[in-house]
Design a protein around this ligand. Structure first.
Ligand code: DGP
Length: 109
């Protein structure tokens, strides 16, 4: 696929990853909406929530385990934090991704 996240995952566009596994990458959002704004992105191309099936059960468990790790790493548990998945017309990049937002909000996403 040719979306920007696929290109980053294939390393065609250089990007420093905060975390990488066989299945996921994590990097900061280019246009942060909060003090902490990270994107957790499956390497496998899924367009969005609408493409998830039971086959993706392990992937979803891994995503939330990584969110758990990041909440600890960024000291968010005593603070405000939120996981957001945009869909439909609210989604700008057509590749499933999870926003982890924490701390002071700059704008609504
Ligand atoms: P959404 O509206 O949920 O599809 O959000 C897409 C987010 O992706 C948006 O907050 C900006 C971010 N983004 C788009 N292109 C890039 C990029 O090239 N690098 C990084 N770090 N973030 C990007």
């Amino acid at each position: 696929m040719d979306d920007i996240f696929c290109k980053i995952i294939r390393k065609e566009i250089p990007k420093e990853f905060i975390y990488e596994s066989e299945n996921l990458v994590v990097f900061p959002d280019i246009n942060p909406s909060a003090d902490t704004h990270l994107l957790i992105i499956p390497k496998k191309h899924l367009g969005g929530i609408q493409d998830l099936t039971k086959e993706n059960k392990d992937l979803l468990v891994e995503i939330y385990s990584v969110v758990n790790m990041l909440v600890k790493q960024y000291n968010l548990s005593g603070n405000l934090y939120r996981v957001v998945v945009n869909g439909g017309k609210a989604q700008h990049v057509p590749h499933l991704h999870f926003h982890l937002l924490g701390g002071v909000w700059k704008k609504f996403i």
